[in-house]
Design a protein around this ligand. Sequence first.
Ligand code: DNO
Length: 360
Amino acid sequence: MKMVFRWYGENNDPVTLEQIRQIPGVVGVVGALFDVPVGEVWPLEKVKHLKEVVEKAGLTLEVIESVNVHEDIKLGLPTRERYIENYIETIRNLSKVGVKVICYNFMPVFDWMRTELNRKLPDGSETMEYDHSLIENITPQELIKRVKEGSHGLVLPGWEWDRLAKLEETFELYKEVDEAKLFDNFVYFLKAVIPTCEECDVKLAIHPDDPPWSIFGLPRIVTNRENIERFLRAVDSPYNGITLCMGSLGANPDNNIPEMIRYFGKMGRIHFAHVRNLKIENRGKFYETAHPSFCGSHDMFEVMKAFHDINYEGYIRPDHGRMIWGEKGRPGYGLYDRALGAVYLLGLWEAIGKMKERYC
Ligand code: DNO
């Protein structure tokens, strides 16, 4: 297992590479170019520069999160061909600098979704919350306004305000796209890009829908074991894999995370993982907690044990953290709570390994 940490790039992240380098056990960053519009090719020069900056700080850049998929591909419009060509070019450029895994998603319109970005917990820390009853009673525009206000002026991943400004138009187009159509468009995309991944030795790792259910009537197709298995088998290549994000899949108590890790791990299809805890208050309502088991609804020992049992050799990153110790930053992506999370997960990993060596 390789522990990595998400970083938003020079002049785009209050967290520095020097700080990340000092978190024990963190070997690399999960990076991206945030100034290339969705659908355009990531220029080789920029990717090289990012790699140099990261390596100069003593860290690796082997995982990219995300190369976003243009909406026309998800919608299956004729213009998708151009965007697929660009995606292929981007994969080639990333492979040239040694990138091994690309995390991406196939969620219509919105990426991850929370309804409150700064919920105060009893200990004074702040965290993000999702409440489906709220989604049912507001418009997508109101929701975007809410997220923008809570974001402390920092762009959140997947929440490009310019793109979201064209919301009505996009929602109109999605009237023609149900889950079956979205699935076909997804498989079309995979069939087009996976041969390049095989050729360049870059693994694709889809991020599950977050939360793992439909929002605002939009289709969602990466939400549970059955539908994940369906597209993995539809394009049956080890390069067609997943990001096991337990913050997303774990919001639905019907998803058994350790079981999913064992299942997809044995298939060799988990290439990246986002590991963290959350507290399910009732169906459709949850908030993000600190990583330890006693803070949330998940047994993190069982989660890490499942990774250990499958001899997981891929990348893991701690996922969203709370804002603690007065830190002001990008919601979910501060330094301190994620650093605590990384070290906690590494502690579990060490203990599980040593228990097996010494007592089993
Ligand atoms: C949220 C992230 C997601 C993720 C994308 C991958 O914090 O986990 O935005 O990066 O869905 O494409």
